[in-house]
Design a protein around this ligand. Structure first.
Ligand code: FAD
Length: 483
């Protein structure tokens, strides 16, 4: 068995592990990092994504701190017109490959073992991994810490186990197969049934309609409706700064009036900050998905919406749901969009982010997973004990419903508040491309922009309303942990 040494062993070279490593090697000039990952290339689940996937947030604030995306322009066409571009899955993969091959590996302080599975640590303090193709085992002495960058357990349609039965000669496909349909012009489906109500299902519906499928030839199983973040309010840069600040203030102001999370979301939606596909149905889900008004318009064209619980089985011409059976055209293609993306339920096994010789990367600003990882790296490099680090890094929950959302918002605001007390960290955040407003506010301050006076009032409103958000957040935490 070969033996290696490193300071930090990062398990997972997805977006989160890469964002952590990128900041750590910049902030700690002495450390050595080793990555182990089962995938053949950096980028984690983006390697398995459907062909028409894209980010749902602007590329301009995604990825690692030190490297911009090539696609940081304003879109001039399509449903995202007028807003910052969303990198496609292919662009995201190319970007992470560049991060690894042009930034991390050339530093001479990073080693990368793809197609390798981390198998655990032994009592002597060695970590072990195994080459997936050759079976060769390697022991690695971790001088400082093991970094678990697998917390999010991302699940996508092409790799997950389908939660429904397939009976007979039924046609079922992941969304990734749809762009291949052109190869079978004589065997096209007569009808499409989209299974699932999350962002993947929404992407699939938009793709089918934009590809020319008649919306009446689509049925859509939506067990729960979702609130969606209006993309207008998550745009970086000076042209959008007032909208971005307005949303933050609105959340805090409405928290002072709202009875609970569902009420908070309804109030914010009434002002246009959150959207839903069907205005007549109260959403029971909130997974932080971001959408444009243009996409909502397209999605509303689908009228065959089936709300009867989850799908139990599909067969030619029929599907059985929890609450009823639905007949469909014989040659229906069922498109499986039921993968969970990330588990939104409360986790039984909780760990602090910094725990002795282990770092577990978790959301600090919900749902900004890459920014959270970059800040965790900053704290690792600049603070010298775990108590101080953890005081700045309360792990946030990935909540599932409007009722539990205030818990996520409350942890996010608490962490942000703590960070604002550290001048060095605040300065770093103001220069970070991952921060939605920091670099713009810094530029405006340098230019003496008069709009800044208005934002000083915003800060005061947010501080004044914090006790209300805490109250809602504590109640929402109890719901999150008991459901
Ligand atoms: C379709 C889609 C779109 C999304 N869009 C956005 C967006 O716009 N903005 C946003 O912030 N988030 C988005 N997300 C959330 C997304 O999950 C995160 O952005 C991010 O990519 C998660 O990265 P990760 O590194 O945590 O996970 P992963 O990408 O899953 O990476 C984890 C890695 O760990 C490896 N691994 C696991 N166990 C082991 C082991 N034992 N040994 C070795 N390796 C192991 C896996 O092989 C994998 O490569 C999206 C998610 C999906 C599914």
């Amino acid at each position: 068995m070969s033996q290696l040494e490193t300071d930090y062993l990062i398990v997972g070279a997805g977006a989160v592990g890469l964002a952590f490593a990128d900041t750590l090697i910049d902030e700690d000039p002495d450390c050595h990092i080793t990555f182990v990952d089962k995938h053949a290339k950096p980028g984690g689940h983006w390697n398995d994504a459907y062909g028409f996937v894209s980010l749902h947030q602007p590329s301009a604030t995604y990825g690692v701190n030190s490297m911009a995306f090539p696609s940081e322009h304003i879109d001039t066409h399509g449903p995202n017109k007028g807003l910052h571009a969303l990198a496609s899955g292919t662009e995201v993969l190319a970007y992470f490959e560049k991060v690894m091959n042009m930034k991390l590996l050339p530093s001479g302080r990073v080693a990368y073992y793809p197609l390798s599975e981390f198998t655990g640590r032994d009592e002597a303090g060695f970590a072990h991994f195994k080459s997936i193709l050759s079976g060769t085992e390697t022991a690695i002495k971790v001088r400082r810490k093991l970094v678990d960058a697998t917390f999010y357990q991302t699940s996508v349609p092409s790799t997950h186990k389908r939660p429904f039965a397939e009976i007979g000669d039924v046609r079922v496909a992941p969304p990734g197969d749809l762009p291949q349909l052109w190869k079978s012009p004589n065997d096209l489906p007569e009808h499409y049934a989209i299974l699932g109500a999350g962002k993947t299902a929404m992407d699939t519906a938009v793709w089918l309609i934009r590809a020319g499928v008649d919306p009446d030839h689509i049925s859509w199983v939506r067990p729960r409706e979702s609130w969606l973040w209006n993309r207008d309010y998550v745009q970086p840069g000076e042209d959008f700064i007032e909208d971005a600040m307005e949303l933050q203030v609105a959340i805090m102001e409405q928290a002072s009036e709202a009875q609970d999370g569902a009420d908070l979301m309804r109030r914010l939606a009434a002002k246009g900050y959150y959207l839903r596909i069907d205005e007549d149905v109260e959403p029971e889900m909130f997974h932080f998905a971001i959408i444009s008004r243009g996409e909502i318009e397209i999605l509303r064209k689908i009228k065959n919406v089936i709300r009867a619980g989850h799908v139990l089985s599909v067969e030619p011409g029929k599907m059985v749901l929890e609450q009823k059976q639905v007949d469909l055209p014989q040659n229906t293609l069922f498109v499986d969009c039921t993968a969970s993306a990330v588990p939104f339920e409360a986790r039984g096994k909780k760990a602090p982010v910094f725990d002795g010789d282990t770092i577990t990367l978790q959301p600090l600003l919900v749902p900004l997973v890459v920014y959270s990882a970059a800040v965790a790296a900053w704290l690792e490099a600049h603070y010298d004990d775990d108590d101080k680090r953890n005081a700045m890094a309360a792990p946030g929950p990935l909540t599932d419903t409007p009722a539990t959302f205030p818990y996520a918002q409350f942890i996010t605001m608490m962490n942000r508040g703590a960070w604002s007390q550290d001048k060095e960290l605040s300065a770093w955040m103001q220069s970070s491309r991952l921060d939605l407003v920091g670099p713009t506010l810094k530029k405006m301050a340098a230019e003496g922009n008069p709009k800044l006076a208005k934002f000083a009032d915003s800060r005061q409103i947010m501080m004044d309303n914090m006790p209300h958000l805490i109250k809602l957040g504590v109640a929402a935490k109890a719901i999150h942990e008991n459901t």
